[in-house]
Write a protein that binds this ligand. Structure first.
Ligand code: C5P
Length: 410
């Protein structure tokens, strides 16, 4: 089953007997790694209590459009922006009708109108209601508007009838929710990502490192996985959990990172170097803790190998992507790195104090290659990573096609 790690999901619950399964669905979605916020319609609360949904989702449940407490924390618009997907399960015939006509008379329907995220419905209703032409027309309309529909299943219904209209089982809905994020843009490709800082030891307890949380690199690895690639992540020391489904290799120094990267480099299609690699390392590592005997201490540093440039120099080389963290003249410095390291694409981010960058869950990026510049405005790192992977996939496929046709003409 796919992963929902790092995903923000709004789980909408409308009024139908299948609402009792929504609690199990919330659990399944969380098991796949999603963070859940539940929004219930008034009718849904007749079937299952908000307290139950709060307990299983581990977050407060939203019931009303104008809820003073919630609006000061996360308003309906913030909730709409927060969501990577909105899953409505069960979706009643009435809710589907409202969506088909763009009505916004309660929190859930307003949110579905206000969000840019994908909306998926898991219909649940009596089989006559399901087969009614009005419902079928409404469904055709919501699908045309890009809404995804999961199910329904056939079978015995709570009303005693048998036929189409049963809500899909929670495990099935959770699996479909994970599939929403699988683009297939990198199906069957091998992607290698470096992330985090490196640690260059001075002695057994001290070392030189770079500021890097690893969040951007881990997000890039997850986005490549979502796109269908098999992904190896070579990570310096971070506080982050290994992303599920990604093979993570832990290293400390730049030298170790270089070795781990080259152990894979001949079998990959795309290399994305997000790591903040130390440019220099101490020439010698003291075997014991250095004592403060003298007033000054001089440490001689020697240059580390450039991992990215070394991969770009391979023949054949994978499609290579570098990151440039800059504090000034962003585009100018980044473009110089693109040329100096002979890579295919450079991703520049501004790491001045107060900008998105370090430690933050947010970032903003400039994608620069020989064809020009694309700006990805400020957004959560996982969203930026998805947009980046879409662009990288496009450029990688374009380059492979161009190379194939060149060989064909020889
Ligand atoms: O030259 P600079 O360190 O600014 O370049 C940044 C890019 O090069 C990043 O993609 C980083 O991961 C990569 N890099 C590397 N090995 C180094 C230094 C940087 O792979 N020794």
């Amino acid at each position: 089953m796919g992963s929902l790690s790092n995903k923000h999901l709004v789980l909408g619950v409308t009024g139908g007997i299948a609402a009792y399964k929504s609690a199990d669905l919330a659990r399944r979605l969380r098991e796949l790694g999603a963070e859940i916020r539940v929004v219930m319609t008034r009718a849904a609360t007749e079937f299952i209590t908000p307290l139950t949904m709060q307990a299983v989702s581990a977050n407060p449940v939203r019931l009303h459009m104008l809820d003073a407490e919630a609006e000061s924390g996360m308003s309906h618009i913030e909730l709409a922006r927060w969501a990577d997907a909105v899953i409505v399960a069960p979706a009643s015939a009435n809710f589907i009708a409202k969506m088909a006509h763009g009505r916004a008379d309660d929190l859930l329907s307003t949110l579905c109108l206000a969000t840019e995220a994908v909306v998926a419905l898991a219909p649940a209703m009596n089989q006559q209601m399901w087969e009614n032409p009005a419902t079928q027309d409404n469904l055709a309309r919501v699908k045309q508007n890009g809404v995804r529909v999961f199910g329904p299943a056939q079978g015995a219904q709570a009303c005693g009838e048998t036929g189409p209209g049963r809500m899909l089982e929670p495990t099935e809905i959770a699996a479909r929710a994970a599939e929403l994020f699988s683009t297939g843009a990198l199906d069957g490709r091998h992607v290698l990502v470096t992330a985090g800082p490196t640690w260059e030891a001075l002695d057994p307890v001290r070392g030189i490192t770079n500021r890097s949380s690893g969040k951007m690199g881990y997000a890039v690895a997850e986005a490549a996985l979502e796109a269908g690639a098999s992904v190896v992540l070579v990570s310096g020391p971070t506080a982050l959990a290994d992303p599920e489904g990604v093979t993570t290799v832990h290293v400390r120094s730049a030298q170790e990172m270089l070795e781990a990267v080259h152990a894979q480099a001949n079998n990959i299609d795309i290399f994305i170097a997000v790591a903040a690699v130390g440019d220099y390392r101490p020439e010698t590592v003291a075997p014991q803790k250095i004592k403060k005997h003298s007033d000054t201490l001089t440490i001689k540093l020697v240059k580390n190998p450039d991992i990215l440039a070394s991969v770009a120099a391979l023949s054949p080389a994978p499609f290579t992507v570098g990151f440039a963290a800059e504090t000034e003249n962003l585009e100018h410095h980044a473009r110089k790195k693109l040329l100096d390291k002979r890579i295919d694409l450079i991703v520049a981010n501004d790491v001045r104090v107060g900008s998105a960058g370090f430690d933050s869950d947010y970032n903003q990026l400039l994608l620069i290659d020989k064809n020009g510049v694309i700006e990805l405005p400020r957004a959560r790192k996982i969203r930026l990573a998805r947009a980046l992977i879409q662009r990288v996939a496009g450029k990688y496929h374009a380059k492979s096609t161009a190379q194939d046709s060149r060989y064909a003409h020889r």
